[in-house]
Structure formats: structure tokens, C-alpha cells
Ligand binder design. Structure first.
Ligand code: SF4
Length: 511
């Protein structure tokens, strides 16, 4: 049985990729097959390929898209020929791995043509949506018949520098070097293939506060028109921010970056909340504020004000620099202190609490078990300290942590989809890592399928999958789809509870 079959059209392509595959051949069965040039030869060779093993086609290709440059590596998301289309779902995984190997990887449709195309033909294929063209991938994709398939091509000519120009000849040497570097990546891809079970933690992805915050920006864009300024990331997710930017939102770190506009610029406060000082500044500047602070964060602000008003020392358990923490501390100048861990609590001078009560609050997105340890330290340090309330850590955080624990107990690998600056996502990853039974599962935070290192998937037959409260569900779907390109996938959901929380919109954007 062969683990990986790599097909190329030309001898020089075969030799180049075989050089890169040499180390992999020591511990896995790899065959490099020269299929010949053109779809007919490739089809004849495809009929003779071994029946098992991951199948990849690689070699040179011509760019159809003006944005591609010689040396770019195209990982086909699908292969097209005439009316037929063969999807290549693992493309984002391969492209991410190639990028980490230092190559300029792009993804997109690859068209197989029966002949070398130039001029008008090239433009016609580009208009049909292909971004690169080759002459062999389609018959090989057709021969894959359900086995993992990938088409990875190095761009050697472009619409501006077509085949056989001097630039192309020189580029072939560099392209061969690139093929050699593609070899080990294909070996890692093949090692990651195989049947797999995916356990979807539920609930996962957007919570009610994030849904509401995004809807507020969307409605503000419709009602007031762009630009709509948003102080800080509306929620901590790079994909959400990019999408809203495309639609006319302008994200700023500081209100000072919001320009003076007649009638006041429309400015949204993010879901994480702001301190009273920020509200006052917005008022002074005459900004038209729409407040997307999550009502559950606003509840912690209200508690902070209440404790501070009665003269308490308020210990806030949370992470320094997080916007929510800055906003809550801003509610209680002179009364609030931040404690990130037990050591920070022990280090608090006893004199701080002299002659007054002590209360405790937590950031809404902490790991419940860790926060309780710090809260216990507060109670030891200051006997009689009040709080934190059970629901300071919000329902969405608690539910997602329970759900990830349920899948981590069965998985060899847990993938948490979320951005690195999301507290929620980082805590989910930590909770997953602590939750395994026979040794903790490997738990990794990824922003999308391209961040998944193929090495993690090797031997991981059960993968737990979740997403932070700020991550769109579509990114989880994208990860599932990509994993499905590595072999048969059995997807099961582990639901620990139902969520039916909804928050009303602020009056400025209410229907
Ligand atoms: S994670 Fe919790 S506090 Fe944060 S926005 Fe969602 S519901 Fe609100």
C-alpha cells in the first residue's frame, strides 16, 4: 500500500519534488509518478495508479489572475475542466502549511486545459473564475474517487509574462526549488489523512452579546451610512472586524482618532464596555454614541459602582490590559484593584482594606475554575469579602467551557477557533488542555483552518472542535470542511445545554 502518490507532468518537476520527499520516504511509502504532459496522457497514467493512498498533483502552472506572481504556489480549492468541478477541501490546510514553510501560498480554482493557453483563451478562462491553468490536474482529480486529493502548482508564467519568455525560462529554475520545498509539505499532508471523528462542542460560537454588538454596527451603517467609527475591536475576532471594515466601519483605538464631523461622528462603543472617562470624552466631543457594551458587562460595571459607592475595596479578578477590565476599573477610581492570580491577591497590602469592607468581582470571560481559586484567595486574605457573584462569569463563557470539557475528555486534539486576542478563546483552549482523561489532549487555538498545523492531525482520530463567543459559526464550518478533505469524517455534536438569551438593541438603532 502507498501512503502518498505525487503526480507530475514533466521529468524536471518529478525530480524536483522527489528531492523534497526523500526524508519522508524513509518512514512512509511515497511514489512520484511522471504522468506526461496534457490531459490525455494524464488520464492514461491515472488509470494505472495504485488504488489507495493520498493523491497529489504538482508541477508548474500559468497564472490567469493578474494578482499572481511567478513563484507563488497555488493550492487548488477546486479543479475545473469544462462543466466538471472537483472540490479540494483540504486546500486551506495545505496553504497554511506552505505559508509556514515560507512559501507564498494562495488558494483558488485551478482550470485544466487541453492545450497551452495564451492571449484571448487565457482571458476567457480568467473570466470563468479560474486563477491558474494547467493541463493534467482534472483527469487525476477524477481518478481520486474519494481518496484525499490535492493540486499544488507553482506559477511560472503570468498574463504579463507568458510562457517561453526569458523571464519564464529563468523562473523554471526557481520554480523547481519551490517544488522541492513543497515535497515535505505534501508528505505532512498525506500523514494527516485518514478517517476521523469530529466532536462539535455545543454551545459554541457567537453569544447574545456578540450577536447584538455586530448587529448594532450593521444597523448603524445602514441607518447613518458609513463611516461608522468603532472604538476598539467591536468583538475580539479578526474576521468579524475585517468584514465590518469592508462595509464601512472604521476601527479606532482612541476617540482622538475620530474626526470632527458636522453633527458629530457616529461612534460605537465595543461589547467590552468603556470607562466613564471615555463616555465623558465622547460627550465633550459631541460624538453620536451608540453603545454596544454587552448588558452582562454593564452589570459588572453597575456592581463596581455600587461597591465603590459604599466605600469598599473592590478586588477585580481579570487580565491586565483587557478592555473590559480597563472599563470596570474606570468605574471605581481609588476603590478598585486588579488581581490576575492568587499571588497578586497575597501581595495586596492589608492596609488597603483597613476600615472598610471588601468586595470581589470578575471579568466576564475567565476560566471559571481558575477564577474561583483566585476568589478563594481573596476570601482567605480578606475574611468576610463579598462576592464574586456566580454569574459574574457570563452564561456564554460558562456554557462554552462546559461544552469543551465534554469533548476534550474524548479527543486527542481539541481545536478552539478564535482570535489570539480573545480572552474567551484563550480560556477555552486552557480549559480544554486541562480536561483530558489519559493525559491532556493537545489543545490549540486557531483563527481558521489555515492555522492548523498538519502535524497536530497526524494520529488524531478524534478531534474536539469549538469556537469562542466572538467567532462566527462559518469558521467552524470551514474547519470541518477542510478536515473532510483529509478523509471520511464522522461529525457528532455534544450539546451540554440550550441557549436562548437575547438582548434588546439600543434605541439609536432599534427598528
Ligand atoms: S461573552 Fe458574555 S459578557 Fe462577553 S459579550 Fe458574550 S454574553 Fe456578553
Amino acid at each position: 500500500m502507498t501512503d502518498l502518490i505525487v503526480c507530475t507532468a514533466l521529468g524536471m518537476e518529478a525530480r524536483a519534488v522527489a528531492r523534497g520527499l526523500r526524508p519522508a520516504r524513509e518512514h512512509s511509502r511515497v511514489r512520484v509518478v511522471r504522468v506526461g504532459m496534457g490531459p490525455d496522457r494524464a488520464a492514461r497514467a491515472a488509470a494505472l495508479l495504485p488504488p489507495a493512498g493520498a493523491l497529489a498533483v504538482t508541477g508548474f502552472a500559468g497564472a490567469l489572475d493578474d494578482g499572481l506572481r511567478p513563484g507563488d504556489v497555488l493550492v487548488a480549492t477546486e479543479v475545473r475542466s469544462g462543466d466538471r468541478v472537483w472540490p479540494c477541501p483540504s486546500a486551506p490546510l495545505l496553504a497554511g502549511e506552505l505559508a509556514r514553510a515560507g512559501l507564498r501560498a494562495v488558494t483558488g480554482p485551478l482550470v485544466t486545459s487541453p492545450r497551452v493557453v495564451s492571449g484571448r483563451d487565457r482571458r476567457a478562462l480568467a473570466l470563468e473564475g479560474g486563477i491558474a491553468v494547467d493541463m493534467e490536474s482534472a483527469p487525476l482529480a477524477a481518478a481520486a474517487r474519494g481518496r484525499p486529493f490535492a493540486a499544488v502548482r507553482v506559477i511560472v508564467d503570468t498574463p504579463a509574462a507568458p510562457l517561453l519568455s526569458l523571464a519564464t525560462m529563468g523562473g523554471a529554475v526557481a520554480a523547481c526549488r519551490t517544488l522541492t520545498r513543497i515535497g515535505p509539505v505534501l508528505a505532512r499532508w498525506a500523514a494527516a489523512t485518514g478517517p476521523r471523528r469530529v466532536l462539535l462542542a455545543s454551545p459554541r460560537s457567537f453569544c447574545a452579546g456578540v450577536d447584538r454588538a455586530i448587529e448594532i454596527v450593521e444597523r448603524a451603517l445602514v441607518r447613518f451610512g458609513p463611516p461608522v467609527y468603532v472604538r476598539k475591536q467591536i468583538v475580539h475576532n479578526a474576521h468579524v472586524v475585517r468584514d465590518l471594515e469592508r462595509r464601512g466601519a472604521v476601527f479606532v483605538d482612541d476617540l482622538a482618532e475620530v474626526p470632527e464631523l458636522p453633527g458629530g461622528a457616529v461612534t460605537v462603543f465595543s461589547a467590552h464596555g468603556v470607562s466613564p472617562a471615555v463616555r465623558e470624552e465622547a460627550g465633550r466631543r459631541g460624538l453620536r454614541v451608540v453603545d454596544a457594551t454587552c448588558p452582562l458587562v454593564a452589570k459588572v460595571h453597575a456592581e463596581a459602582r455600587r461597591f465603590a459607592a459604599r466605600g469598599d475595596l473592590v478586588v477585580l479578578i481579570g487580565h491586565a490590559g483587557h478592555e473590559e477590565v480597563e472599563g470596570v476599573l474606570g468605574e471605581m477610581p481609588g476603590a478598585g484593584v486588579l488581581a490576575e492570580d492568587e499571588a497578586a491577591v497575597e501581595a495586596l497590602p492589608a492596609s488597603l482594606a483597613e476600615g472598610r469592607g471588601v468586595a470581589c468581582l470578575t471579568q466576564t470571560t475567565l476560566a471559571a475554575d481558575e477564577a474561583e481559586e483566585v476568589a478563594a484567595a481573596v476570601r482567605r486574605r480578606f475574611p468576610g469579602a463579598e462576592g464574586p457573584r456566580d454569574d459574574d462569569i457570563c452564561y456564554a463563557t460558562t456554557n462554552r467551557q462546559r461544552a469543551v470539557r465534554a469533548v476534550a475528555a474524548e479527543a486527542q486534539l481539541v481545536l478552539v477557533v478564535g482570535s489570539a486576542n480573545s480572552s474567551n478563546a484563550r480560556r477555552l483552549t486552557e480549559v480544554a488542555a486541562r480536561s483530558g482523561r489519559d493525559g491532556a489532549p493537545l489543545a490549540r487555538l486557531v483563527d481558521g483552518p489555515g492555522d492548523i498545523a498538519l502535524e497536530w492531525l497526524r494520529g488524531a482520530r478524534t478531534v474536539g472542535l469549538t469556537a469562542s463567543a466572538s467567532t462566527p459559526a462559518s469558521l467552524v464550518d470551514a474547519v470541518v470542511a477542510a478536515l473532510g478533505g483529509l478523509g471520511p469524517l464522522d461529525v457528532e455534536e455534544r450539546r451540554v445545554t440550550e441557549e436562548n438569551v437575547e438582548f434588546t438593541l439600543p434605541k439609536e438603532v432599534r427598528p
